[in-house]
Design a protein around this ligand. Structure first.
Ligand SMILES: Nc1ncnc2c1ncn2[C@@H]1O[C@H](COP(=O)(O)OP(=O)(O)O)[C@@H](O)[C@H]1O
Ligand SMILES: [Mg+2]
Length: 363
């Protein structure tokens, strides 16, 4: 092994609503990996998807342009403030993942998945990589798919004794579905079942706002979750490791907006993220314990981040992220830093764990 660098394909971009943030994270990961040990290439899986009917016109055009050789890829939305330059430069460095992954290009040793949401975090990419026999960072197909589907995740977590928000799943903003949603009682929180970065999510306080909120969430998915609105202290617990996962210091999230929405997440200064959380040690311990239980319940590998709300004597699990935000300033990297693990080292560990799992499977 000596002398030969590990060739890492950072999968970034993709076709989810979180394409932009994926590019920012991919660029930072590529820059942070120790260059004496790793050789990094930024791979965009979009070209794989050129014939996928679920893509929008614009995404298909992007996929085609990527197949022809890459170049700047336009965003459908306003870029998160403070990350514009990063996203711009990453989109210029993209290489189509098709060649590198199918073996017709220079082979890669391991894929670091920096994709969020649909097609990247939800198990589909993991299945493709498994089929091709390529090692990748983070959780496998089942954990990824379960965690991405907030309804399935809640079912598994509840079966494992964790507290989850009371709620209903709806497919329509009218009729019997609307009636079931109404029966929960206001205020409620409405979000798409399988999305991320708070896109399509909102708080409903007035009866007239319920149907529009559901319709808004259904723009991102064919199912929406209508949940009891929990107003308490928002916490998130990152867990890293393979066979003996470790819970990192708890982070407290104090959004300056009404809740931890897309802008609060990505625009500089729109929320305060406090590590370690200003909570009593026994409460932190309880949160970490839940983070570890959630990680194990879903059979996560490498990393996860569990979002919680602490309200009264309840510690409620909102969701588990199998590919938590991975810009250097994101929550999991900040928790790792608080535990003495710098960003580059964190990325390197994820790669080592991926290779460790792959070696075990090949035996
Ligand atoms: N039931 C709920 N009650 C109160 N706030 C919620 C609830 N569900 C979600 N939120 C808020 O919305 C944010 C995003 O929801 P979450 O379930 O974590 O989905 P994602 O991060 O994948 O978009 C949370 O960080 C929290 O601020
Ligand atoms: Mg979340």
């Amino acid at each position: 092994m000596s002398g030969k660098k590990i060739r890492v394909g950072v999968l970034t971009g993709g076709a989810s609503a979180e394409r932009d943030i994926s590019l920012a994270a991919g660029a930072q990961i590529a820059r942070s990996l120790p260059s004496d040990k790793y050789e990094v290439v930024l791979l965009d899986p979009l070209a794989f998807m050129v014939n996928n009917p679920a893509l929008t016109e614009q995404q298909r055009a992007q996929a085609e342009s990527l197949l022809r050789g890459g170049g700047r890829v336009e965003s459908e939305r306003e870029l998160p403030k403070g990350l514009e330059a990063e996203i711009e430069s990453a989109s210029k460095a993209l290489v189509p993942a098709t060649k590198a992954i199918t073996g017709s290009g220079e082979p890669i040793d391991v894929v670091l998945i920096s994709l969020y949401g649909t097609w990247g975090e939800d198990g589909r990419m993991q299945g493709l990589l498994d089929t091709l026999g390529i090692a990748y960072t983070g959780s496998g197909v089942l954990a990824s798919a379960l965690a991405m589907d907030k309804v399935m995740a809640k079912t598994v977590l509840k079966a494992n004794g964790l507290d989850v928000p009371r709620g209903e799943v709806v497919r329509s903003a009218e009729g019997a579905d609307l009636e079931r949603a109404r029966a929960i009682g206001l205020p409620v929180f409405v979000k798409p079942v399988a999305s991320g970065s708070s896109v399509g999510a909102s708080i409903v306080r007035g009866p007239e706002d319920l149907a529009p909120a559901i319709a808004g969430a259904l723009e991102y998915d064919d199912r929406a979750l209508v949940e009891e609105y929990l107003k308490g202290t928002e916490l998130t617990v990152a867990v890293i490791g393979n066979d003996e996962p470790q819970a990192l210091p708890v982070i407290e999230i104090v959004p300056k907006r009404e809740f931890f929405d897309y802008h609060a997440k990505y625009d500089t200064g729109e929320s305060e993220e406090i590590v370690p959380a200003r909570i009593p040690p026994e409460v932190a311990k309880r949160a970490q314990d839940i983070g570890l239980r959630a990680h194990r319940a879903l059979d996560c590998r490498g990393m996860s981040r569990t979002d919680l709300i602490w309200v009264g004597d309840r510690m409620v699990t909102l969701e588990v992220n199998t590919i938590p935000g991975m810009t250097a300033n994101s929550l999991l990297p900040r928790a790792a830093k608080a535990a003495g693990i710098p960003f580059g080292e964190l990325c390197a560990r994820l790669i080592e764990w991926a290779l460790e799992d792959a070696r075990r499977r090949s035996r």
